[in-house]
Design a protein around this ligand. Structure first.
Ligand code: C5P
Length: 239
């Protein structure tokens, strides 16, 4: 695996034009771009096609959470677009996750495409234990993260999105073949922004992440390609 296969750049911008400026500057050095709710809602599947046209892959970060039939259909549509990676909320439950896996697999097979990597979001990092209490979740946050990761694995998902401080506990519980994708990553030379519990690319790898997601330290740098290059150098020792 090349270090560029471990870096996912978050395209948190509002228009396809801005996204294309970044993809143009960063590919082929960067091979996976994350498209989230803002960009996808504004521009739709044309963004996915644009990224594919540069030979890059897409992580469609829409965190689906609905009844199994609806989430299954959404995952099938994403698989039909040929996305590389997508995600659902583990709190959608066993039936929803199992349906997501099955529908994505079937749609990819019909479209003669590789099935997407399907990830679960466990507990949003914006939630504290007090927020969980308020929602009736009594167990400690870390237990909740671990149990949801194990449920996702049991449903056939390929991995989870996990912050730096959760990597170790997920890795220990779910084993080495379960993928961990870590956002909230800040190289030492970058501003922390609104991210509170950050890890550097090197720390994320040492803790056991398979992929890191980096947004603003690269996309808001005056020279995005050289910022990406610096991150890739830090990852190079882990391939
Ligand atoms: O710009 P920055 O590197 O902070 O972007 C991180 C990306 O990862 C954003 O798209 C953000 O929504 C996402 N993310 C995160 N923390 C999480 C989950 C997702 O920052 N816990």
């Amino acid at each position: 695996m090349h270090s560029r296969d471990k870096l996912i750049v978050a395209l948190d911008v509002g228009t396809k034009g801005e996204a294309e400026r970044l993809v143009k500057a960063l590919s082929p050095q960067v091979s996976v771009f994350k498209v989230g709710k803002e960009l996808f809602t504004a521009e739709g599947p044309a963004v996915i096609q644009m990224i594919h046209s540069y030979g890059a892959k897409v992580f469609l970060d829409l965190k689906f959470h609905d009844i199994p039939n609806t989430v299954g259909a959404a995952c099938a549509a994403a698989a039909g677009h040929g996305v590389f990676m997508l995600n659902v909320h583990a709190l959608g439950g066993r039936k929803m996750m199992a349906q997501a896996v099955e529908s994505a697999r079937r749609a990819a097979e019909n479209a003669k495409k590789a099935p997407p990597v399907l990830l679960a979001v466990t507990v949003l990092t914006s939630l504290a234990e007090s927020d969980l209490r308020e929602m009736g979740v009594e167990r400690p946050l870390e237990t909740e993260v671990r149990e949801l990761a194990l449920l996702a694995k049991a449903c056939g998902l390929n991995g989870v999105v996990a912050s730096g401080r959760e990597i170790k506990l997920v890795r220990e519980a779910a084993g080495k073949d379960f993928l961990i994708v870590t956002p909230g990553v800040r190289p030492l030379w970058a501003a922390q922004g609104d991210q509170k519990r950050v890890v550097t690319p090197k720390e994320a790898m040492e803790l056991g992440a398979d992929y890191i997601v980096v947004g603003r330290p690269i996309t808001q740098d005056p020279a995005p390609a050289s910022a990406a290059e610096r991150v890739l150098k830090e990852l190079a020792g882990f391939c």
